[in-house]
Design a protein around this ligand. Structure first.
Ligand SMILES: NC(=O)c1ccc[n+]([C@@H]2O[C@H](COP(=O)([O-])OP(=O)(O)OC[C@H]3O[C@@H](n4cnc5c(N)ncnc54)[C@H](O)[C@@H]3O)[C@@H](O)[C@H]2O)c1
Length: 284
């Protein structure tokens, strides 16, 4: 176990499974203490137990991050429990696809809420702490870098039929990232965005299966990708397979913990490449 994040506190939404759970384990294995949120309490507690087995603390705040009070509650949990907040990973999300003529307002709004409004509210809730902590550090002659990693998708970069809501929300978070990178540069906060291609999680399962559903407020929503489309997507990946959650977490760890002083406001598009290119990240 490394200790590159010893003494640092990270907040991760959607940490109950998939990419969020893998990010939690990666950051914990580097020494971070965690505040974890997910809609589903049971998998969230499972992630917290796995973090505990690595010898680190994880505070859990179960609940729908689109509820207006949740973002502040999650941020305050970090401050009350650990007294600081260093890394914010806005990861929670799901898909709710339909062609535009069948897409309801509710469907459009729910996806904007989870992928864009909730991250905005989390960053807003953290702003007072970040400003005050930077002021104190400046007075003490210290420079402490903090990190925000927002999760986007190639759906934003390329557009995906049937995902007008998701492509728009994931493009929106790139705009939020760019604005906040400029706004928070003076507080030494590096604000970045990772746009994943296909990653092997519940979200990327063949749709229509029992597993490819999410329960939001009692409503069972079909997630996943049409089987034929899923296969085509895999074929288009140079490595011939989807990424793993651990590979995705590695990208977040890489830009979420760099000690570098500079900040980048461009999304990093993470795609699986042929072995000789496997370690390269394409910057758009
Ligand atoms: N899997 C992919 O191919 C892929 C590709 C690009 C981007 N992404 C993005 O990665 C992120 C993680 O997705 P994943 O693939 O790990 O999916 P996943 O379904 O495995 O995990 C997502 C987690 O987010 C939680 N969540 C969903 N809505 C929530 C809400 N309102 N409040 C709190 N928690 C909520 C879910 O309960 C779940 O545990 C998402 O933002 C997704 O859009 C995934």
């Amino acid at each position: 176990m490394a200790d590159r994040l010893e003494g640092r506190v990270a907040l991760i939404t959607g940490a109950g499974r998939g990419i969020g759970a893998a990010i939690a384990l990666k950051l914990a294995s580097e020494g971070a203490q965690l505040v974890l949120n997910d809609l589903d309490a049971a998998p969230l507690e499972e992630t917290a137990r796995a973090v505990g087995r690595l010898g680190h603390d994880a505070v859990t705040v179960a609940g729908d991050i689109t509820r207006p009070e949740l973002p502040e509650l999650v941020v305050n949990s970090a401050l009350q429990q650990f007294g600081r907040l260093d890394i914010i990973v806005n990861n929670a999300g799901y898909t709710w696809d339909n062609v535009i003529q069948k897409m309801q307002d509710e469907q459009w709004q729910a996806i904007l809420d989870v992928h864009l409004t909730a991250p905005f509210r989390i960053l807003r809730a953290a702003s007072a702490h970040i400003r005050d902590a930077t002021k104190q550090e400046r007075e003490a002659g210290q420079v402490v870098f903090r990190k925000v990693v927002n999760i986007s998708s190639i759906s934003a970069m390329l557009g995906v039929a049937g995902q007008a809501n998701y492509s728009s929300a994931k493009a929106g978070i790139i705009g939020l990232t760019r604005a906040m990178a400029r706004e928070w540069g003076r507080y030494h906060v590096n604000v970045n965005c990772v746009a994943f291609g296909l990653i092997e999680t519940r979200l990327a399962q063949a749709s229509g299966t029992q597993a490819a559903k999410i329960d939001v407020d009692g409503k069972k929503i079909n997630i996943g990708v049409q089987a034929a489309n899923l296969e085509a997507q895999k074929q288009s990946i140079p490595l011939g397979r989807a990424g793993t959650p651990e590979e995705a977490a590695g990208a977040v760890w890489k830009i979420g913990t760099l000690a570098a002083a500079g900040y980048a406001a461009s999304p990093k598009q993470v795609r699986l490449r042929t072995p000789d290119q496997a370690s390269r990240w394409r910057l758009l």
